[in-house]
Each structure stands twice: as structure tokens, then as C-alpha cells.
Design a protein around this ligand. Structure first.
Ligand code: FAD
Ligand code: SF4
Length: 494
């Protein structure tokens, strides 16, 4: 019999479900060149290295941990046949497919397999690949929150119950997240990153700080356990709301460990379902959370592979402006607009913000200002602790920048200050006013929204969901003044 193949684990395949048994031997490769190519957030680089080194320490003698410039170099120099689970980016897939002695296995770490998604998509005929329909198919197939053949509680979707503004008290009144404690592996990672930076071949954006996100399976399970027992029940109603003093709200902080492969998403949703069935969380909260995991997360993953490789380069709105330096460098203190300044500071300090600040503050601003979508995708990828190619391309090109012309979203996620005012406590102390569009107090989101609609009125004319906003645009009497004001604002920080 030939030598048993070792499992090559990429840095986002670190959970036990990426191995076949408790004895399997493993190869992990740490490539410094990955960090030299792009300026990542310091805390993202820390998290990924910490997670890989923690995994190697757990595996002990079963694991060969190679430090090399490139994966190709490391794998060529390493003895014996290898198997690897389908990697998460097109570039990594091409690499492993081209290496002799490496067998590529089906993907792991998602709730639906690629075959299941393809079967579902083919069954759609000419109908759109709607997330909602994919999610219902997954609920039935995985038997999650079901009551026989019907959705538990009689409804598939509790979004309407889950769009509440933040409480007036300025707090959700739930315990904060569970934070991991750093150890000697983190100390070594910090030391190495400082040295790499001093050597000059690696640079970072963002501030260093206490590691906030789980780097091991044990830590990830602790975050999940604490989220379910203390915070899940509050997740649903306020999942779209924002509070200046509380970036975490009742979000799970599980995207980073999930995307490192530390948690099996099916196990996560089964635990959440059980908590609901035991009366620990309301159905709208449990359903709202489960839809994020087996719905949105999986849908984004499958869309990445289902679309052509050229999807990432789409630019349906012909956006050509470069991201300004203040945004690229996370210079939050230069920003007077309170919402944008606070969210940019959260990214600078933690490499994280929840879904609505990403979509309706950062992404909304970038789209309004016509920033090139591929630059925006690259920025999100580097600045967020949970950013990987598969998840950033659809979320930014498709959902946030409408650069795919409507494959993922039926209309652009563009809004003025009124939305931010309704869903947050940012506006009242802000020096701008969400209701004012021209003059010193003009809210840059409100004015930017009308300027954006004006610039793209021909693009949106055939979209019935944009008919009402376009009718509003036609009624604006101060449009010329507004356009002049916004063109003067240019790329300056608002
Ligand atoms: P929760 O609010 O607690 O949600 C639970 C889980 O649902 C998340 O942990 C995540 O795994 C999953 N999820 C929900 N929506 C999505 C989605 N659209 N895509 C993928 N997973 C989803 N998520 C990432 O994991 N990585 C990214 O790089 C990323 N980039 C984004 C960029 C933009 C412009 C937008 C609008 C969204 C992006 N998201 C991304 C989705 C979402 O914002 C984050 O998953 C979420 O904010 C992470 O925080 P959490 O774990 O507390 O999430
Ligand atoms: Fe943001 Fe405008 Fe509100 Fe200020 S007024 S916080 S800029 S939405």
C-alpha cells in the first residue's frame, strides 16, 4: 500500500471538520509573501497567523508547519502525496489544481454542497437565483426550524419583525460579547509582525489591539455558547440598528471564526435551533440568525463559484474615482460626518463593523461617490478581519456597489441620511442634518444620494423599484445648487 496522503490545510480550513480522523497527518504553510503583497489590517494579519499557529500547536507532532515564501515552494519541498479540501478562492484553486501530487477534495465548511446548489439553481429555469428561495430549500433539505413539511411557526421569514430602530436608551441592555484571552502564541505573533514591519517588506493599516476574535475551535465554541445564552434573543429585533457607543450590539462575532473554518455552520444552526426549542430565544431571533448562516453565507459562497471569473471586474455603474487616502488609511479623525467617522474608527480599531454599517454607511458612501468597485472590494478585503475573496467579491461587487447591474440585489443599496437617522443614534449630535441637502448643514449622505440618483437616472429608468426615487428627484427644485455643492466636495472627507 502507498503512503497515506497528508491533509494540506489552508489558513481558512482549520476546524476538525476539515480532517477525516483523529490521526490524520497535516501540512500547514505560513507564507510571509501573502502579507507582503497587500496592506492588510494589522489585527487581521494577527488573527490569521494566531489561528494557524494555534492549530499547529494543537495538532503537535501530527502537523508539519512550514514557513515559506510561497505555497508552491513549500509544497514542492514537502514529502509525500497530499489531499486538500477545495480552497476558497479561484486563485488558490488554480494553484492546487496545477501542483503534482495534490488531490483536491470537495469543499467543506458550508451548509450546502456545490452539487446541492447546482441542483437547486438548475431547477429554477429562467427564474432569478433568489436568496430567499435558496434559503427555504436549505431549511427543508437540512430539516432546520421545520414542523414536518412547514416552517416552524408558520412563516419562513421574520424580517419584518427584525427591523426595529435602536432603543432610545442608547443601549440594548445585553451583556457584551465573550472575549478571548491572548496567550504566548499571540505574543509571538505580535513580536513577528512588529519585526516584519520594521524590516520594511510588510506594512499594515489599522491599529493593533487586543485580539477580539476567536482563533481556536475552543474559543469559537465559547463565543457561540455565550452568544446563544446571553445575546441571541436580542439579535433579531435590532439586527439592522446601529449605536454609536456599541459597535457589537447583539451580533455574534462569528464571521471570523466561521471563515477561518473553525466552526461547522450546520452545527452552529442546530445549536441555535435547539436554544429556540428550549425557550431560550424567540423564533424571529433564531430564524433571523439561521437565515444569515445557511441562507446568506452559503448563498454568497455559491454565487462566487456560480458566476464567471469576470464577475469580480464588473462595473455596471461605470464608477472610476479612486478611493481617497483618508478612507484608504482609515483616518477616522478627519471625518466630521458622525456616522462615517464612527464606523471608520470601528474598522480602524477592530477591523470589524456589523452588516448595516458596512452596507449602508461605508458601501453606500463609496457607491454614491463613484469609487471604483474593485478598489472598494480590495479595501474591504484588507480592512476586515473576516474578509476573504469568496465573501468580499459578491458582497461588495454585487450587494453593496451594484456593480453587477442587479444579479444579487434588485436595486442599489443607496440611501440618504434619513435611513441612517431612523436606524441609529448618529445624527442628533452630528454637525450635519439628515433632512438638509444644500448648505453648510447639508448631510453628505442625503446630498450624495440625490447626486448619485441624478448621475444614474438613465441606468435606473427601467427598474420599477427605482421609479419612486426618480420621481422624487424630478421634484427637487434646488438640484443645480446641490450638484454644484457635491462636485465641490469632491473626494474630501465629509
Ligand atoms: P451576525 O450579524 O451575527 O451574522 C451571523 C453570520 O451570518 C455571520 O457571522 C456571517 O457568517 C453570516 N453572514 C451574514 N450575512 C452574510 C453575508 N452577506 N455574507 C457572508 N456571510 C454572511 N461577511 C463576512 O463573513 N466576510 C466579509 O468579508 C464580509 N464582507 C461584507 C462586505 C459588505 C460590503 C457587506 C455589506 C457585508 C459583508 N459581510 C461579510 C457580511 C456581514 O456583514 C458579516 O458577515 C457580519 O457583519 C459579521 O459579523 P457577525 O459575525 O457578528 O454577524
Ligand atoms: Fe451621518 Fe448625515 Fe446623520 Fe451626520 S446627519 S450622522 S452625516 S447621516
Amino acid at each position: 500500500m502507498g503512503e497515506a496522503a497528508r491533509r494540506w490545510l489552508f489558513g481558512d480550513q482549520l476546524g476538525t471538520h476539515f480532517l477525516d480522523d483523529d490521526d490524520q497527518r497535516v501540512l500547514i504553510v505560513e507564507s510571509r509573501a501573502v502579507f507582503a503583497r497587500r496592506r492588510f489590517h494589522r489585527q487581521k494579519a494577527h488573527l490569521v497567523l494566531s489561528a494557524m499557529r494555534h492549530r499547529a500547536a494543537e495538532l503537535g507532532e501530527r502537523c508539519e508547519y512550514l514557513r515559506a515564501d510561497t505555497y508552491r515552494e513549500a509544497v514542492k519541498g514537502s514529502a509525500g502525496p497530499l489531499t486538500v479540501c477545495h480552497p476558497t478562492s479561484r486563485a488558490a484553486l488554480k494553484l492546487v489544481q496545477g501542483l503534482p501530487g495534490v488531490e483536491v477534495l470537495p469543499a467543506r465548511g458550508f451548509a450546502s454542497s456545490m452539487e446541492e446548489f447546482t441542483t437547486w439553481a438548475q431547477g429554477r429555469g429562467r427564474r432569478r437565483l433568489l436568496m430567499e428561495d435558496f434559503y427555504r430549500d436549505a431549511r427543508i433539505r437540512l430539516d432546520v426550524l421545520m414542523d414536518g413539511g412547514d416552517p416552524l411557526g408558520g412563516r419562513w421569514n421574520y424580517d419584518a419583525d427584525n427591523r426595529e430602530p435602536p432603543p432610545r436608551s442608547g443601549t440594548l441592555g445585553v451583556p457584551g460579547p465573550w472575549w478571548p484571552e491572548e496567550d504566548e502564541i499571540d505574543e509571538q505573533v505580535r513580536h513577528d509582525l512588529d519585526r516584519w514591519e520594521r524590516d520594511g517588506d510588510v506594512g499594515f493599516i489599522g491599529r493593533d489591539g487586543q485580539r477580539r476574535f476567536a482563533a481556536t475551535e475552543r474559543e469559537a465554541l465559547e463565543v457561540l455558547r455565550h452568544f446563544i445564552s446571553e445575546r441571541l434573543d436580542a439579535f433579531g429585533p435590532h439586527e439592522d440598528a446601529m449605536l454609536a457607543g456599541d459597535p457589537w450590539m447583539a451580533h455574534s462575532l462569528l464571521s471570523a471564526p466561521l471563515n477561518l473554518g473553525l466552526l461547522d455552520p450546520v452545527d452552529v444552526v442546530r445549536r441555535v435551533e435547539l436554544a429556540h426549542r428550549k425557550g431560550q430565544a424567540s423564533l424571529p431571533s433564531a430564524e433571523g440568525f439561521i437565515r444569515q448562516i445557511i441562507g446568506w453565507r452559503d448563498y454568497v459562497w455559491h454565487l462566487y463559484w456560480q458566476q464567471k471569473p469576470s464577475y469580480r471586474d464588473q462595473n455596471a455603474l461605470h464608477a472610476t474615482a479612486s478611493i481617497p487616502a483618508w478612507f484608504a488609511e482609515l483616518d477616522a479623525d478627519d471625518v466630521r460626518a458622525r456616522c462615517l467617522g464612527s464606523v471608520l474608527a470601528d474598522v480602524r480599531d477592530h477591523g470589524w463593523a456589523h452588516h448595516i454599517p458596512r452596507l449602508m454607511v461605508l458601501g453606500n458612501y463609496a457607491m454614491q461617490r463613484g469609487w471604483q468597485p474593485q478598489q472598494v472590494t480590495d479595501w474591504f478585503h484588507r480592512a476586515f478581519v473576516d474578509g476573504y475573496d469568496w465573501v468580499m467579491v459578491p458582497n461588495v461587487v454585487g450587494m453593496s456597489q451594484y456593480a453587477d447591474g442587479g444579479v444579487m440585489a434588485t436595486k442599489p443599496y443607496a440611501s440618504g441620511g434619513a435611513y441612517i437617522d431612523r436606524m441609529s443614534d448618529y445624527c442628533r449630535p452630528c454637525e450635519f442634518n439628515p433632512k438638509i441637502r444644500v448648505g453648510e448643514k447639508a448631510c453628505p449622505f442625503t446630498a450624495g444620494y440625490w447626486a448619485f440618483l441624478h448621475a444614474h437616472q438613465d441606468d435606473f429608468r427601467g427598474n420599477h423599484r427605482m421609479a419612486q426615487p426618480l420621481a422624487g428627484l424630478a421634484r427637487l427644485r434646488d438640484l443645480d445648487l446641490l450638484l454644484e455643492q457635491e462636485s465641490e466636495r469632491g473626494s474630501q472627507a465629509p
